[in-house]
Design a protein around this ligand. Structure first.
Ligand SMILES: Cc1cc2nc3c(=O)[nH]c(=O)nc-3n(C[C@H](O)[C@H](O)[C@H](O)COP(=O)(O)OP(=O)(O)OC[C@H]3O[C@@H](n4cnc5c(N)ncnc54)[C@H](O)[C@@H]3O)c2cc1C
Length: 445
C-alpha cells in the first residue's frame, strides 16, 4: 500500500468531480476504497490521455476551428477539391508523411483517431480531402515491403511546397461489397519483368488527381479475392485516366471519380510485397490452404477504427451545435432545452457519441497492441460510429427545426456528410456480416 510520502500529487479536479466533492460523494467513495486498502488513483487501468496526446489533439482542433470550419460551406457549395486548405495543412505539418508516421508511432494507437476526430469535427468534406491519402498509404503499409514504403509513401503526400495526394482504387462499377467480383486484371510478362493492368475502378477518393494510385487487381480470377494483388501506379504512368467525377450527396469537397486503366504497364517492383510473396500466397490458395493477405480486405481492417473516429468527429460537431442552439432558441416563452424532449435527445446524442468513441479507441488500441480481433472489434467501431453519426446529425436537424433544414446552418451539411460512413469502407450490412461471422464461427450469408 502507498505510504503518505509516496502518495502521488493530487490531480486537478474536473468540474464534475468538484460538484461530487461538494455533495460528499467523493469522500464517501474514498472512505469505501480506503477500507478495502485501495488508494484512489492507483488503478493500473486508465482512460486518461497522455499530455502528448492532449497537445496534438488541441493542435489539430485549432486548425479545424480556425481554418477548416470557416471554409466548409464554401467548398461544399463549390464541390471542388480544396487545394489551398490541404496546402495550409501541409505547411503546419498536419498533412505529410512525417506527421502521419508520428501519429502512427503512438504506442497506444490513439493519436491518429484523435487527430481524425478533430479534423472531421471541422468539416468532413475537407477532412476527407486531407486524409483520403491515408487510404493509399494504408494500402502500401498493408502489403508493401519496407523499401516500397520508403519509396512510395512520401510520394503520396508530396512536400509542403508541392502538395500531392494518393488514391486507393479497389471498388469497381459492378463490385463494391463483393470484392471477389473485381474484373480488373494484372498480367505478368516474366521476360520484361513487367505487369500490364486493364480495367475500370469506381468511386476512388482522389482518383485521377492523385500522384500515386494504389490499385487492386486480379492476377487469378478463379481464386476470387485470394487471387488479388495490390500495385502502385507511379505518377504520370500512361494508360491511367480519370473517368467521370461523381456528383455527391455529401463530402462534396472531396474528389471522387472513376479511374480507367487501359494497358497500364508498370515494372515488377510496383507489385506491393513482391513476386515471390505473391507466388507463395497463390500456391497456398490453389492448394486450398488458408492464404493470408487478401490485399483489399487487409487495407480495410487497418483503417476501420480511424474511419470510425472521423464519424465521431462529425457527430460531435452536430451535437455541440444543437446543444448551443437549444440553449439559445426560445419557444413558448422558454429555452427549448428546458423541454425534456429536447434535453433527453441531447443526452442520448452525447451518450451515443461517447459509446462510439470508446469502441473506436478500443479497436485502435487493439490494432496497435497486436491483439486479435476475435469479435471483429474494428468493424464494430466503424459500424457503431457511422450509424451514430447519421442518427445524431438527423437529431440535430430536428432540434434546429426549419433552420436545421437550411443550408445556412451547418447541421444540414453534416447530415449529408455523415451518410457515407454507413456505406464506404464496408457498408453497415457488411460490418454486421463480419461481426456475426466472427462471434458465431458460422458462415452467415
Ligand atoms: C464518396 C465515396 C467514396 C469512396 N471512396 C472509395 C475509395 O477511395 N476506394 C474504393 O475502393 N472505394 C471507394 N468507395 C466505394 C465504396 O467502398 C463502395 O461504394 C461500398 O463498398 C459499397 O459497394 P457498392 O456501392 O458496390 O454497393 P453494393 O455492394 O452493390 O451493395 C448494395 C447494398 O447491398 C448490400 N449488400 C451487399 N452484399 C450484401 C450481403 N452479402 N449481405 C447483406 N447486404 C449486402 C450493401 O450493404 C448495400 O446496402 C467510395 C464510395 C463513395 C460513395
Amino acid at each position: 500500500m502507498a505510504t503518505a510520502e509516496s502518495k502521488p500529487a493530487e490531480p486537478e479536479k474536473t468540474e464534475g468531480q468538484a460538484k461530487q466533492q461538494e455533495n460528499g460523494e467523493v469522500d464517501a467513495a474514498a472512505d469505501a476504497t480506503a477500507q478495502l486498502g485501495i488508494e484512489v488513483g492507483d488503478s493500473p487501468f486508465s482512460l486518461e490521455l497522455s499530455q502528448d496526446q492532449k497537445d496534438i489533439r488541441e493542435w489539430a482542433h485549432g486548425f479545424a476551428e480556425q481554418v477548416v470550419r470557416p471554409a466548409a460551406h464554401e467548398w461544399d457549395e463549390k464541390e471542388e477539391f480544396p487545394w489551398p486548405i490541404v496546402q495550409e495543412a501541409a505547411k503546419i505539418g498536419l498533412y505529410g508523411f512525417e506527421s502521419v508516421a508520428q501519429f502512427w508511432a503512438d504506442p497506444s494507437g490513439l493519436t491518429f483517431p484523435l487527430v481524425n476526430e478533430e479534423l472531421f469535427w471541422g468539416d468532413a468534406g475537407i477532412g476527407m480531402s486531407i486524409f483520403g491519402t491515408t487510404l493509399a498509404v494504408a494500402g502500401i503499409y498493408g502489403s508493401g515491403t519496407p523499401e516500397q514504403m520508403v519509396e512510395w509513401v512520401p510520394q503520396c503526400f508530396g512536400t509542403a511546397d508541392d502538395v500531392k495526394v494518393g488514391a486507393f482504387c479497389a471498388s469497381e462499377p459492378d463490385a463494391g461489397s463483393d470484392v471477389s467480383g473485381y474484373r480488373t486484371t494484372a498480367k505478368y510478362d516474366e521476360a520484361k519483368d513487367e505487369w500490364t493492368i486493364n480495367g475500370q475502378k469506381a468511386w476512388a477518393t482522389n482518383g485521377g488527381i492523385a500522384n500515386v494510385h494504389v490499385v487492386i487487381a486480379s492476377v487469378d480470377r478463379e481464386l476470387g479475392s485470394r487471387g488479388h494483388a495490390a500495385f502502385v501506379i507511379p505518377p504520370g504512368t500512361k494508360g491511367l485516366e480519370q473517368g467521370t467525377k461523381v456528383k455527391k450527396h455529401g463530402i462534396r469537397a472531396s474528389h471522387t471519380a472513376d479511374v480507367h486503366l487501359d494497358d497500364v504497364k508498370v515494372p515488377g517492383s510496383c507489385l506491393l510485397g513482391g513476386k515471390e510473396k505473391l507466388d507463395e500466397r497463390l500456391a497456398k490458395a490453389r492448394e486450398g490452404r488458408s492464404a493470408k493477405g487478401q490485399a483489399a480486405m487487409r487495407t480495410f481492417e487497418l483503417s476501420r477504427p480511424t474511419v470510425g473516429a472521423q464519424a465521431v468527429g462529425i457527430a460531435r460537431a452536430a451535437y455541440e451545435y444543437a446543444l448551443d442552439y437549444a440553449k439559445e432558441r426560445e419557444a413558448f416563452g422558454r429555452k427549448i432545452i428546458e423541454n425534456q424532449a429536447i434535453a433527453f435527445a441531447l443526452a442520448d446524442m452525447k451518450m451515443e457519441i461517447d459509446a462510439a468513441r470508446l469502441l473506436v479507441h478500443r479497436a485502435a488500441w487493439m490494432g496497435r497492441a497486436g491483439k486479435d480481433f476475435n469479435n471483429a472489434e474494428g468493424s464494430m467501431s466503424k459500424l457503431k460510429a457511422g450509424e451514430v453519426a447519421v442518427w445524431v446529425t438527423e437529431r440535430a436537424i430536428q432540434i434546429l427545426g426549419g433552420n436545421g433544414y437550411s443550408r445556412e446552418f451547418p447541421v444540414e451539411r453534416m447530415h449529408r456528410d455523415a451518410k457515407i460512413w454507413t456505406i464506404f469502407e464496408g457498408t453497415s450490412e457488411i460490418q454486421r456480416l463480419v461481426i456475426s461471422r466472427a462471434i458465431s464461427g458460422v458462415h452467415i450469408q
